[in-house]
Design a protein around this ligand. Sequence first.
Ligand SMILES: [Zn+2]
Length: 174
Amino acid sequence: MPDKNLPTPGLFVTDGLKDLFNSSINQLRADLGRVLTVFFEPTASGCPNCFAGPDGSSNGVYDVANPFPAGQFNKTFPDGATCPVCQGSHKILTQQSATYQVLRKWNPENFDATQYGAVPANVVRTKTDIAARTDFKRAVKAELEGETLVRIVDPIPAGLAPPQFVVAFWKKQD
Ligand SMILES: [Zn+2]
């Protein structure tokens, strides 16, 4: 049963106050936020430096139409040699990433780091726009302030309803 002795709902936390709350956090993110980069499982795509043979691996012929400038993904080689870009597999792995401006707190209070096998000082709590939730869920690692991180709990929607933010906890990778 709802508590009938409560005062009028919405009298204090009005839509205007919610907007102020949300815009204030976003202003803090703009003023104090750090860039968190999240990385996803690498995806395989065809090597731009050679052609596929009948079995799908490299046919050992340099692709003169390679759109990349000379370098990591464009290395000439003689016909019949092993493609130096894909080592003959005709596949290259590229790791996708995304960046978010986050508020962060190292060694967050009220968080039991030890149950995740972490030293509290190696744990960081981040807060950013709720749009990051899906990316955070599928991230295989992250980077913040030069530290490589792994996520330790499911990202938690946060803020006044409907949630505008997502909170995540990460620990430094061992
Ligand atoms: Zn290749």
